[in-house]
Design a protein around this ligand. Structure first.
Ligand SMILES: Cc1cc2nc3c(=O)[nH]c(=O)nc-3n(C[C@H](O)[C@H](O)[C@H](O)COP(=O)(O)OP(=O)(O)OC[C@H]3O[C@@H](n4cnc5c(N)ncnc54)[C@H](O)[C@@H]3O)c2cc1C
Length: 404
C-alpha cells in the first residue's frame, strides 16, 4: 500500500494550484455575478492544458490519467468555490475521455482539437423532462436508422449543463437516445449533437440558483438528421458508455467538493482565530474548534474515497485490475459523501462568520449554492448512489428499483 504522491503528481498539483489561485480565484465572484466564465480564462485554461486533458495528445489533450485529472479538479474547486468553472472542467475531462475512447476517428478529428483549445464545448445529455435517474424508463428521445445509413433524431433533453456555452462556441453534446425500443438498457446509442446554428434544434435555458457561470437548459430535436459518423461507439451500447462516463465524472465531482470545502474551512479557521467574542478568539471555544476538527476529518474521508476511486479507475484502464462495477461502486461512495461533506463544512463555516456569513462579502454562500447542485442531482442523485452501493452490499435481486 502506498498513500504517497509521485513526483509528477506533486508537480502537477503545484502548477495547477499556482495557476488557479493566481488567475481563477480572484475572479470567482465575477463569474458568479456575471453568469459567465470570462473567455480569457478559458483561453488560459487551454494553454495550461486544463481543457479535456484526458483526451489523447493527438487531439490536443495530454492523455492524462484519472488521478492527475482528479488532482486538477481538486485545485480548481479550491480556487473557484461557486464551482461553475470546475463543472466546465469536469464535464469536458470525463466525457471527453469517453468521446475519445469510443467515437470514430473522423468525429474526434472534427471536435476534440477544438475542445482542448477552448474553441468548442463538449457536453453530456442523458436527462429528459420525464426524469434523469431512470434512464431506461424515462428516455423518450429516439434515433431511427435511415435508408442512406444516417439517423433521424427526435425528442427533448432537459437540465443539461453548457447549453449557452455550446451555442456560443460550437461543439456538441453527447446525447443518449433510444435506438432499439423494447431492448431495455441494451437499446441506447450516443450521438454527437451540435446545437449551434442547427435548424432542427431549439434550445431553452433555466435559471439555476448556484454555479451561475455555467448555464443549464435543454434542447429539442425535431427530425434532426445526423450522419452515421456522429454515432459515438457501437449502436445499442450507449447505456454502458454512459455508466462509464458517470463513474469518471463522479470521481471528479468528489475532488471539486474536497477542494471547495477545504478552501471554505481555511477561510473559517483564519476568521475564528482573529474574531473575538467574550474577550477571546472564537477558536478558543471547543464549541467552535471541535466542529472544525470534525469537518477537517470529513474532508480527509471524502478525499480518501475520491482518490481511491481515481486510483482504481487508472488501474482498470492501465492494467484491467478491476471491473468497471468495482470502480463505479468506489465512485458512488465518493459522490455520496463528498457533496454532503462540502455542504456541511461550508454551512458550519457560515455559522462561525456570524452575520458576515450571510453576506456576499464572503464567498461561502457561492460554495453552498454550488455544491448543492451535486447532491440534488448533477451526474446522479444521491439515492442513485445509495442504490449502486446497496446493490453491491445486498444484491440486485433485493435492491433493484423495479423489483426482483
Ligand atoms: C445543476 C445541474 C446540472 C445538470 N447537468 C446535466 C447535464 O449536463 N446532463 C445531463 O444529462 N443531466 C444533467 N443534470 C440532470 C441530472 O443528471 C439529474 O438531475 C439526475 O439524474 C436526477 O434526475 P431528475 O432530476 O430527473 O430526478 P428524478 O430522477 O426525478 O429523481 C427525483 C428524486 O427521486 C429520487 N429517486 C429516484 N428514483 C428513486 C428510487 N427508486 N428510490 C429512491 N429515490 C429515488 C432521486 O434520488 C431524486 O432525489 C443536471 C442537474 C443539475 C441539478
Amino acid at each position: 500500500m502506498d498513500f504517497g504522491w509521485t513526483q509528477e503528481q506533486t508537480m502537477w498539483r503545484r502548477a495547477v494550484r499556482e495557476f488557479a489561485q493566481k488567475k481563477i480565484a480572484p475572479r470567482s465572484r465575477e463569474i458568479d455575478t456575471t453568469g459567465r466564465i470570462p473567455p480569457e480564462l478559458v483561453k488560459s485554461m487551454a494553454e495550461m492544458g486544463l481543457l479535456a486533458p484526458t483526451v489523447s495528445e493527438e487531439y490536443g489533450g495530454q492523455g492524462m490519467s484519472v488521478t492527475m485529472a482528479t488532482i486538477a479538479a481538486e485545485e480548481l474547486g479550491r480556487a473557484e468555490i461557486s464551482l461553475a468553472l470546475p463543472v466546465m472542467y469536469l464535464v469536458m475531462a470525463s466525457w471527453g475521455y469517453i468521446f475519445d475512447r469510443y467515437a470514430s476517428r473522423e468525429l474526434k478529428q472534427e471536435i476534440l482539437p477544438k475542445v482542448t483549445a477552448g474553441k468548442a464545448f463538449l457536453g453530456i445529455a442523458t436527462t429528459e423532462p420525464g426524469g434523469g435517474s431512470d434512464i431506461e424508463g424515462a428516455t423518450r428521445c429516439k434515433a431511427e436508422r435511415q435508408a442512406d445509413g444516417g439517423w433521424l433524431l427526435n425528442g427533448e433533453k432537459m437540465y443539461i449543463s453548457g447549453i449557452r456555452e455550446e451555442l456560443a462556441l460550437g461543439g456538441c453534446h453527447m446525447t443518449l437516445v433510444r435506438t432499439e425500443p423494447g431492448s431495455g438498457h441494451r437499446g441506447f446509442t450516443f450521438f454527437a449533437v451540435p446545437l449551434k446554428d442547427n435548424p432542427h434544434v431549439t434550445t431553452t435555458l433555466v435559471e439555476d440558483w448556484g454555479r451561475q457561470g455555467i448555464s443549464t437548459g435543454g434542447f429539442n430535436m425535431d427530425n434532426l438528421p445526423l450522419p452515421d459518423v456522429n454515432r459515438i461507439g457501437e449502436a445499442n451500447r450507449g447505456f454502458y458508455y454512459a455508466m462509464e462516463g458517470f463513474t469518471f465524472a463522479r470521481i471528479l465531482i468528489g475532488a471539486t467538493c474536497v477542494g471547495c470545502a477545504e478552501a471554505g474551512l481555511q477561510m473559517g479557521v483564519e476568521y475564528i482565530k482573529q474574531r473575538k467574542a467574550f474577550g477571546r478568539p472564537l477558536a478558543t471555544n471547543q464549541g467552535i474548534s471541535f466542529p472544525a476538527a470534525e469537518r477537517f476529518t470529513d474532508i480527509e474521508t471524502a478525499r480518501l474515497l475520491t482518490y481511491k476511486a481515481a486510483w482504481m479507475a487508472d488501474e482498470l484502464y492501465a492494467n484491467n485490475t478491476f471491473k468497471h462495477k468495482d470502480v463505479a461502486l468506489a465512485a458512488a461512495m465518493a459522490k455520496l459523501r463528498a457533496p454532503i461533506m462540502a455542504f456541511e463544512t461550508l454551512n458550519e463555516v457560515a455559522n462561525w462568520l456570524g452575520a458576515m456569513g450571510y453576506t456576499k462579502e464572503y464567498p461561502i454562500e457561492m460554495g453552498i449554492r454550488g455544491v448543492r447542485s451535486y447532491s440534488i442531482g448533477a451526474e446522479g442523485a444521491m439515492n442513485i448512489m445509495r442504490m449502486i452501493i446497496a446493490r453491491e452490499l445486498i444484491g440486485g435481486e433485493y435492491t433493484s428499483p423495479r423489483g426482483a
